[in-house]
Design a protein around this ligand. Structure first.
Ligand SMILES: *[C@@H]1O[C@H](CO)[C@@H](O)[C@H](O)[C@H]1NC(C)=O
Ligand SMILES: *[C@@H]1O[C@H](CO)[C@@H](O)[C@H](O)[C@H]1NC(C)=O
Ligand SMILES: *[C@@H]1O[C@H](CO)[C@@H](O)[C@H](O)[C@H]1NC(C)=O
Ligand SMILES: *[C@@H]1O[C@H](CO)[C@@H](O)[C@H](O)[C@H]1NC(C)=O
Ligand SMILES: *[C@@H]1O[C@H](CO)[C@@H](O)[C@H](O)[C@H]1NC(C)=O
Ligand SMILES: *[C@@H]1O[C@H](CO)[C@@H](O)[C@H](O)[C@H]1NC(C)=O
Ligand SMILES: *[C@@H]1O[C@H](CO)[C@@H](O)[C@H](O)[C@H]1NC(C)=O
Ligand SMILES: *[C@@H]1O[C@H](CO)[C@@H](O)[C@H](O)[C@H]1NC(C)=O
Ligand SMILES: *[C@@H]1O[C@H](CO)[C@@H](O)[C@H](O)[C@H]1NC(C)=O
Ligand SMILES: *[C@@H]1O[C@H](CO)[C@@H](O)[C@H](O)[C@H]1NC(C)=O
Ligand SMILES: *[C@@H]1O[C@H](CO)[C@@H](O)[C@H](O)[C@H]1NC(C)=O
Ligand SMILES: *[C@@H]1O[C@H](CO)[C@@H](O)[C@H](O)[C@H]1NC(C)=O
Length: 709
């Protein structure tokens, strides 16, 4: 009776009943598959630290033998047959060799397999992957596989998604013939990601027209970029950057109606950039940087979805079309290092979404007749090396988010724009090599220039006393900041396509600092007409790495307070009228790698020990009163013990004794010289937040394809 009721009920509510019965069944998944999974897991150790790139929480592999394997983390079964059809072991911290006898290959019904972000260092990709013939999705990325990708992969004729991306370039190889086979034979293929795999091939012509994503960055592809690629009407992502590809982009690319990301940077492409690119309806990211494109930048026809445009490092000419302001969604515009001329479009200051503007290293002229309105959200402005005249545009004060401003190497004629100090987030300011003039007077108002880390006013006509009060308000420089080497993956991923490079001069060399230098603190006031004394308060800017006051008319002495600049790497006070002795306390500056005190009126003995034993003659020449090593003039055989100080600064002297003792006690072992090259490895938190989330989103998009629907 009851049973009849239940059967009747079940005829009416079949789904509910299936649920009731199935949850009471002890083992849905076949025992041998559960066993195979456990055996597979036991071939590895689990090191949660191994997955440094896993931004999601790590998958838990504490699989419980006494429960149904279909309920284990990362394991998914067919609802009817109970067979394991999907295994998502991405970010599991698996560590060890992946042998070809692995029990994983017993799971012959697998449709989706994701082993990305583990550590199988030194393992080859087994040919047995080619036997998992039901696979539609396979991801072996970033798990340190090495060697040749077996040709058997191209037997997986149901494959729709294949990712074998690698961090280390070229440790994985795909034979050119197998690449062709893969594209030809896998007719269902939609996504192919082979970052940093050595393919060394031309792009074959015959491939699946279903392709939506082609990620072939840094794969040693070469030859002419085939027109056929631009006829793949389903394409959403195309990344062929950092290869050796030549030839033009075909003039009509309007077939790419679904294209969202186009990355062709760092190739040898030439010809003009077709106007049809700028009117693709779905395009969001366009990176054509570091190629040989020439001709004019075409008009931007409509307001479209473009979010990111970089065409930097090409040979583009002519003016910047003001239709660029139609791009309402644009956040990054990088046109740097081309031959662009004409004026900066007035309307740029009205683009309310723009965050990065790179127009550096062009031939732009006229005044900066751009009025930045109060709605703008710009973070980075780089106009370095153009022919811009007139004044620093006062409307910059409306850029409340501005962190980076480089107006260097132009022909600006103005007094010091002290009002820039009111920009609350300004970190890097370069006005070098312009025609700026007049004294810099400054009221001691707090919270002005509070976050400044790099200020470069060199090669101008500034005069008057060094601006003492200015140094006093640089709050950010009063701390030593060593802990910002973050977001490396963004810098790596994005590999130099941002706008905010900065040129600084040290020891007569122009160095191009990469975009990432907010940890680096620099004051460069060299080659002006500053007079007066060097303020002692500079000694409070303990975060300084580089100080250049050379080629001015400075007098007085070197303040002993400089010994507090404990991370200083470069000090240039040359070609001034500085007198007195070199403070012995400077011997405690163990990071000092570059010292130039030449052409002053210094006297007395050169300090001894530590870094001072490494400097050459040239650091001191042109000071007639200096004695001691490395100069030939002997210092009286007193082993460098300081002479009675002739200089003033009595209070510093007391402190000075203390420091000398400290220096003696520290003795040896502190000679580590961190040269200027450190700049190149410094990475910062300089990217806008959206940028990192964008990159994460972007990577995540690929990764989530593998996850359950
Ligand atoms: C993981 O990292 C933590 C902290 O960084 C460390 O204490 C621990 O020893 C590491 N474990 C392994 C297995 O490397
Ligand atoms: C495994 O599952 C059984 C049954 O659900 C449970 O009794 C046992 O505590 C679980 N073991 C672990 C280690 O979680
Ligand atoms: C798998 O192969 C490796 C190396 O060839 C060997 O050390 C290991 O014992 C084998 N495992 C099994 C279960 O056969
Ligand atoms: C190409 O795919 C077919 C199935 O469509 C498969 O039988 C064949 O082995 C594959 N060829 C190669 C060389 O992998
Ligand atoms: C790439 O692979 C080819 C063989 O296919 C080899 O000749 C070449 O040296 C490899 N290049 C690199 C950079 O590993
Ligand atoms: C591409 O391959 C298909 C089937 O394998 C073939 O019919 C076609 O002719 C090929 N096209 C080219 C351009 O090789
Ligand atoms: C560009 O190509 C599309 C198809 O890909 C075609 O419909 C359109 O007419 C072409 N436009 C021009 C100007 O040739
Ligand atoms: C520009 O592209 C060339 C050729 O691919 C490459 O060698 C070079 O490193 C790239 N430069 C930058 C700054 O990315
Ligand atoms: C592009 O480069 C090729 C050589 O790689 C050259 O033959 C061709 O003339 C160039 N085209 C343009 C428009 O510069
Ligand atoms: C820009 O696009 C928006 C929506 O995408 C639309 O409402 C607006 O009319 C467009 N403006 C122009 C000038 O085309
Ligand atoms: C600045 O631009 C505006 C708008 O384009 C124009 O009216 C004005 O004449 C320009 N001023 C200068 C000095 O070029
Ligand atoms: C700067 O402009 C003023 C006029 O505003 C002019 O007298 C002076 O010569 C200019 N300075 C330079 C260095 O061009």
């Amino acid at each position: 009776m009851d049973c009849v009721k239940l059967v009747l009920f079940c005829m009416l509510y079949p789904f509910l009943c299936q649920l009731v019965f199935s949850s009471s069944l002890p083992h849905l998944c076949p025992k041998h598959q559960a066993l195979a999974l456990l055996q597979f897991k036991h071939m590895f150790t689990i090191n949660p630290n191994a997955s440094g790139d896993c931004y999601d929480s790590i998958t838990d592999l504490s699989w419980n033998k006494s429960t149904d394997c279909c309920s284990w983390d990362g394991v998914y079964c067919d609802e009817v047959t109970g067979q394991v059809i999907e295994l998502d072991l991405s970010c599991c911290g698996l560590q060890g060799k992946f042998y070809t006898n692995s029990s994983l290959f017993q799971l012959s019904n697998l449709k989706r397999l994701d082993l990305s972000y583990n550590d199988f260092s030194g393992s080859l990709i087994s040919a047995k992957f080619g036997e998992l013939s039901s696979l539609t999705d396979l991801d072996l990325s970033y798990s340190s596989f090495t060697g040749v990708i077996p040709s058997e992969i191209s037997r997986l004729s149901k494959l729709q998604v294949l990712h074998i991306r690698s961090v280390d370039p070229y440790v994985l190889r795909l034979r050119p013939y197998n690449f062709e086979l893969l594209l030809k034979n896998l007719t269902q293929l939609r996504e192919l990601g082979l970052y940093s795999v050595n393919i060394s091939s031309i792009i074959p012509l015959n491939f699946s027209s279903y392709l939506t994503s082609l990620w072939l960055q840094r794969t040693l592809l070469r030859g002419v970029l085939p027109e056929r690629v631009f006829h793949l009407s389903n394409l959403e992502y195309l990344d062929l950057s950092s290869n050796s590809l030549t030839g033009p982009i075909p003039s009509n690319v309007s077939g790419l109606q679904n294209l969202q990301f186009l990355f062709l940077s760092s190739n040898y492409l030439n010809g003009t950039i077709p106007s049809s690119i700028f009117s693709l309806p779905s395009l969001e990211w366009l990176d054509l940087s570091n190629n040989s494109f020439s001709g004019k930048i075409q008009e931007f026809k409509s307001n479209n979805t473009l979010d990111f445009v970089s065409v930097k490092q090409n040979q583009l000419q002519g003016p910047i079309p003001s239709t660029v302001c139609n791009l309402k969604a644009l956040r990054v515009l990088d046109l740097g290092s081309n031959h662009l001329n004409g004026k900066i479009p007035h309307c740029l200051g009205e683009m309310s979404g723009l965050q990065v503007l790179g127009l550096n290293n062009n031939r732009l002229s006229g005044t900066i007749n751009t009025t930045f309105n109060t709605k703008n959200r710009i973070i980075i402005i780089n106009l370095y090396e153009n022919k811009l005249k007139g004044k620093v545009p006062p409307s910059l004060i409306n850029c409340r988010n501005l962190e980076f401003l480089d107006l260097g190497n132009n022909e600006l004629n103005d007094t010091f724009p002290s009002w820039l100090g009111g920009l609350p987030d300004l970190k890097i300011l370069s006005l070098r090599s312009n025609k700026l003039h007049g004294p810099i007077s400054y009221s001691r108002t707090n919270n002005l220039f509070a976050k400044i880390r790099v200020i470069d006013l060199s090669f101008n006509g500034f005069s008057g006393d060094l601006p003492v009060s200015l140094f006093e308000i640089f709050q950010a420089m009063k701390i030593i900041d060593e802990n910002s080497r973050t977001r490396k993956y963004i810098a790596d991923y994005y590999n130099g396509s941002n706008a905010n490079n900065l040129i600084v001069t040290t020891k007569g060399l122009d160095l191009e600092l990469p975009r990432v230098l907010t940890t680096y603190m620099i004051i460069d006031l060299s080659r002006n007409r500053f007079e007066g004394h060097i303020p002692r308060s500079i000694g409070d800017l303990v975060g300084l790495r580089m100080l250049n006051l050379s080629h001015n008319g400075l007098e007085g002495i070197i303040p002993a307070s400089f010994h507090q600049l404990s991370v200083l790497e470069s000090l240039d006070l040359s070609s001034n009228k500085i007198g007195g002795e070199i403070p012995q306390q400077l011997a405690s500056l163990t990071f000092l790698a570059v010292l130039n005190l030449s052409h002053n009126h210094l006297v007395g003995c050169i300090p001894k020990g530590k870094q001072f034993d490494t400097f050459e003659n040239s650091s001191y020449q042109g000071n007639d009163g200096l004695r001691g090593l490395p100069l030939s003039k002997d210092c009286g055989g007193d082993d460098g013990v300081p002479q009675a100080t002739t200089a003033v600064e009595l209070d510093d002297e007391e402190e000075g004794d203390l420091i000398s003792w400290q220096a003696v006690l520290m003795g040896f072992g502190c000679g580590l010289v961190i040269g200027l090259s450190i700049i190149y490895i410094m990475l910062s938190a300089h990217y806008p937040v959206w940028f990192s989330s964008m990159v994460v989103k972007f990577e995540h998009k690929i990764d989530t394809r593998m996850k359950r629907y």
